[in-house]
Design a protein around this ligand. Structure first.
Ligand SMILES: O=P(O)(O)OC[C@H]1O[C@H](OP(=O)(O)OP(=O)(O)O)[C@H](O)[C@@H]1O
Ligand SMILES: O=c1cc[nH]c(=O)[nH]1
Ligand SMILES: [Mg+2]
Length: 211
């Protein structure tokens, strides 16, 4: 499904794997593997418009003209901690990408993002940034991360999350309508504690076994 710069995946493999992630009986190991797999599947769509250049190669049979992705121009930027889980699945498919890190946590009481780390490639302005975080809840963390990326000169940003909700999508689009959002699933709502319903709980805790 695609509208208003929002793409929600409808592929059966993505839907089935997201359901496995939601299940509270899924182990930490399985959860990490599913994040990996879904991120790889999403990467296929997120990178659909990458520019190609022609190259000449030689097969064992003959010379031929093929393609390579133009330049080394992607940066994968996870929002720590949970975003880290999405890096490997994308990096495997785009090995020339550089990886930046933005550390944010959501204050338990105010739900406001608190920044604790920022380390980005120096050539960020010339790269297409894929900002990754499994959860788009109030949207506060994504908005803060996009603000940081823009301050550092990023000109092309797309946001990829596994589970989002209408409140988060609306919040990000109100400030940054130009940023395409990719979701593996669009859930019903936020609850009174700022958690996505039905969601999957705290993605960071489930990835790293901290609860
Ligand atoms: O849209 P928001 O309301 O900002 O919520 C989403 C944020 O909350 C989670 O991170 P969390 O603060 O739990 O940090 P963690 O990744 O270290 O667990 C999640 O990974 C997002 O970064
Ligand atoms: O449901 C939610 C909301 C914010 N962060 C999470 O990890 N899960
Ligand atoms: Mg967390």
């Amino acid at each position: 499904m695609e509208q208003n710069n929002l793409t929600v995946f409808t592929h059966p493999l993505v839907k089935a794997k997201i359901t496995q992630m939601r299940d509270k009986n899924t182990t930490t190991k399985e959860f990490g593997e599913l994040v990996d797999e879904i991120s790889g599947l999403m990467c296929y769509e997120i990178t659909r418009d990458l520019e190609l250049e022609e190259i000449e190669i030689e097969t064992p049979i003959t010379k031929t003209v093929g393609y390579k992705v133009k330049g080394n121009d992607i940066a994968i930027v996870p929002i720590l901690r949970a975003g880290l889980g999405m890096v490997k699945g994308i990096h495997q498919l785009v090995p020339t990408a550089k990886i930046g890190h933005i550390g944010l946590y959501r204050d338990h009481d105010t739900l406001q993002p608190v920044e604790y780390l920022c380390k980005l490639p120096t050539d960020l302005p010339s790269r297409d940034v894929i900002l990754v975080d499994p959860m788009l809840a109030t949207g506060g963390s994504a908005i803060k991360a996009i603000e940081i990326l823009k301050e550092k000169g990023a000109t092309s940003i797309r946001l990829a999350c596994l589970v989002g909700c209408p409140e988060g999508v609306t919040a990000v689009q109100a400030v940054y309508p130009e940023v395409p959002i990719y979701l593996a699933a669009l859930d019903e709502k936020l609850n009174e504690n700022g958690y996505i319903v039905p969601g999957l709980g705290d993605a960071g805790d489930r990835l790293y076994g901290t609860k």
